[in-house]
Design a binder for this molecule. Sequence first.
Ligand SMILES: CC(C)(COP(=O)(O)OP(=O)(O)OC[C@H]1O[C@@H](n2cnc3c(N)ncnc32)[C@H](O)[C@@H]1OP(=O)(O)O)[C@@H](O)C(=O)NCCC(=O)NCCS
Length: 267
Amino acid sequence: MSLLTYAIAEASEGTKAELFPVSFSPLANSAWQRLADNVASLKNLTPFPAHVLRRRWQQGYATIAVARGEVVAYISCQPILFRATRQKLSEKLGIGGESLPDINVYEFLTGWTHPAWRRKNISLQLRRQLMARLCNTNHFCISVTVGMGASPVSAKLGWQVVPWSEVPYVSSMIGGPATNRAGGEPSGWQVFGHKPYEKHTPPIQGADQEWEEYCYFWVSNPPLAVELDRKLAAMMGGDLPCWRDIWQTEIRRMLIDAGWLPVIFQE
Ligand SMILES: CC(C)(COP(=O)(O)OP(=O)(O)OC[C@H]1O[C@@H](n2cnc3c(N)ncnc32)[C@H](O)[C@@H]1OP(=O)(O)O)[C@@H](O)C(=O)NCCC(=O)NCCS
C-alpha cells in the first residue's frame, strides 16, 4: 500500500494550500517525536507515542503533509469494526461470521495541523484522501471531538453529529461515559468536564462557549450507522449491557494492544 504523503505548495500568504503527493519523504525519528509532543501538548487530543503515529502512516492508515522535513499536518484512522474484530466477536458470541453485519467502521483520530499552517484546507484535503482510500468497502467513519476540535472540518466533509444514545451499540465502540462500567473499570483516555452531546449537529458558525462543554459523536454516514446499530441490537437480542461487556473486555483490549485508546469522559 502506498504511503499517503503530501508536500505543500502555497500560492501566497493567506490562500489555501495546494497539496502534491510525494513518493518518498525521509522523516527523522525526531520529526515523529515532535509530532507526538505537539499532539500530547493539547488537552483535546488523545496522546499517542511517536512510534504509534508513524506506524499508522506506514500501514496506510494516516495521511501526512510535510514541509522542510517536518510533519506539519496529520490525520489517521483506526479500523474499529473490521475483519479482525469481527472474527473475535463471532468467537465470543459463538455465532458464524456471516451473522455479523458486513459493515466496517473506522475512527478518524489524531487530527493535527501546525498552527502556522491552519485554516488553509490542509486537514480537509488530507481527510478526503484518507476517506478515498477506504471507499471501496461498505463502511462509515466516526470521530469524537472534545469541545469544538476538528468539528468545522468534519462538517465540511458532510459528516453529522449524532446523539451518543441514538446509536448506543456503535457509539460505545469508541467511547462513552465512565459510568458505563460493564466489564469493569474502563481503560482509555480520560476526559474531564465534558458531557456527551445528545442532540444533532449544532451550528458551527457563531460557535459559543457551550461547544466546549460537550463531547461530540461525528458520523460520516448517519443512516448506515443507524442501520448497523439496529442490526447489532437485533443480533444481541436487545441486550446492550452484554454488548458493552463483550466489546469492552474483548475487543477494546485487542485494539488497545494495537496502539489505540477509547475516549472515556468523566462528567
Ligand atoms: C482542527 C485542525 C486539525 C484543523 O486543521 P486545519 O488544517 O486548520 O483545517 P482546514 O483548514 O482543513 O479546515 C477546513 C475548514 O474548516 C474551517 N476551520 C478549521 N478550523 C476552524 C475553526 N477553529 N473555527 C472555524 N472554522 C474552522 C476552515 O476555515 C476550513 O473552512 P473554509 O474552507 O471555509 O475556510 C487544527 O486546527 C488543529 O490542529 N487544531 C488543534 C488540534 C485539534 O483540535 N485537533 C482536532 C481534535 S478532534
